[in-house]
Design a protein around this ligand. Structure first.
Ligand code: S3P
Length: 426
């Protein structure tokens, strides 16, 4: 459990944000498939990424820690049959991307995960991989899933949703197919897989929302530097933005435009954010983000093509909306119902306990902001991002907020509470 009281002081100082979770998973996986050693600097040392490391170790990949770096010894695409079940823990990215890789391996493997992951939809991955030639034993479209990979044929896949996990699974399988695999999505989801594949020397072409990958090219490992995770930084951005007088500098955060919707929306709400020291690491844009706290945030509408650019930041944006004056309407976000928890009902249920006027819709939330938040006993609902969002809400509430089952924060941001306290106590 964590206990939060409204800070008497503003948030001030500087923080380095832990490595990007999505990019860390991809660096480990592509490193495993490449030829040579991939040295990963700034990787996210959190439970979800260890799930990826452990699955790949079970598939014969040697992965070691050298100081703060992770060394992945590439297997040039050929993994070995695991002795037991692979465990993706709580990590949807591990499960879905790994199925893409297993589709190209000439052995049978069974993949499972924790209770939450076992409820999440996998048919969206199974369908295209089956079309490519992977053999899935009977399953209900959820984990555990047994797959036998082998010889794959390339497909042209029109994805019904803007999902980076679906896109990435098909592209990773495409590495094992003869010829060109094409994935088209309705709008652009995060493009870290494309950027890293290109960096590792794969033949990949991107035309708007259509990606073409040439199969069977050799990937070349090398050094990778991971930017700070904008999805982790978002909790601190909102914490500072809603605490008047704050001046918080978040260092070396990934600001890839397929992920930076949270910055656009906070600016539209009237928050003060500025990108400084802009640069590129690998092919990923990176910047320091200066956030100043002010009063007078206002409600906004969030929907359409913006949603994939901030899908993981909606829990904390709901908190910003609760503090802002006026109505915020979030729509086109039904995917939130199949994340680590049903985030629409988790947020509505828990924020209501804090006095927020918030209602669920099928595909989003309607929040009437401006009411003073009240401290309350709330629950993480087993979801790391819900837990951190509630902690940020606690900063704006009168009295004490207790978030139970908050250890789940270790899934993506171990040290979150220490980071928050270090800038409050300044
Ligand atoms: C991720 C993609 C998104 C996101 C998830 C991480 C990734 O999921 O919500 O936290 O690393 O590819 P979807 O692909 O299901 O939209």
């Amino acid at each position: 459990m964590i206990i939060i009281t409204s800070p008497r002081e503003k948030l001030a100082g500087e923080l380095t944000i832990p490595g990007d979770k999505s990019i860390t998973h991809r660096a480990i996986m592509l490193g495993a498939l490449a030829r040579g050693v991939t040295e990963i600097r700034g990787f996210l040392d959190a439970e979800d990424c260890w799930s990826t490391v452990n699955c790949l170790r079970a598939l014969g990949v040697k992965i070691t820690l050298k100081g703060r770096r992770l060394l992945v010894e590439g297997r040039n695409k050929k993994l070995t049959e695991p002795a037991g079940k692979l465990d993706a823990g709580n990590s949807g990215t591990t499960a879905r991307l790994l199925l893409g890789i297993l589709a190209g391996q000439d052995f049978r493997a069974t993949l499972s995960g924790d209770r939450s992951l076992q409820q999440r939809p996998m048919k969206r991955i199974i369908d295209p991989l089956r079309q490519m030639g992977a053999d899935f034993e009977d399953n209900e479209g959820t984990l555990p899933i047994s797959i036998r990979g082998g010889k794959l044929q390339p497909i042209s896949f029109k994805s019904p949703r803007a999902s980076a996990q679906v896109k990435s699974a098909v592209l990773l399988a495409g590495l094992f197919a003869d010829g060109a695999t094409v994935v088209e999505e309705p709008s652009r989801s995060r493009n870290h897989t494309e950027l890293m594949l290109s960096r590792f020397g794969a033949g990949i072409r991107v035309d708007d929302n259509r990606i073409t990958l040439q199969g069977r090219t050799v990937l070349k490992g090398g050094p990778v530097r991971i930017p700070g995770d904008i999805s982790a930084a978002a909790f601190l951005m909102v914490a500072a933005a809603i605490t008047p007088g704050s001046e918080l500098l978040l260092k070396d955060v990934g600001v890839n435009p397929t992920r930076s919707g949270v910055i656009d929306v906070l600016l539209e709400m009237g928050a003060s954010l500025e990108l400084q020291q802009e640069k590129t690491w690998g092919r990923e844009p990176v910047a320091d983000i200066m956030v100043k706290g002010n009063t007078g945030l206002k409600g906004v509408k969030i929907g359409g093509e913006m949603i994939p650019r901030l899908i993981d930041e909606i829990p904390v944006l709901a908190v910003a909306a609760a503090v802002a004056e006026g109505k915020t309407i979030i729509s086109d976000a039904s995917e939130l119902r199949v994340k680590e928890s049903d985030r629409i009902s988790a947020l509505a249920g828990e924020l209501k306990k804090m006095g927020v006027r918030i209602e669920e819709t099928d595909d989003g939330l309607v929040i009437e902001g401006g009411e003073k938040l009240q401290g309350a006993d709330v629950q993480s609902c087993g979801d790391h991002r819900v837990a951190m969002a509630l902690a940020v809400a606690g900063l704006a509430a009168e009295g004490e907020t207790a978030v139970s089952d908050a250890e789940v924060i270790n899934i993506s941001f171990p040290g979150f509470m220490q980071a928050l306290r270090s800038v409050i106590d300044n």
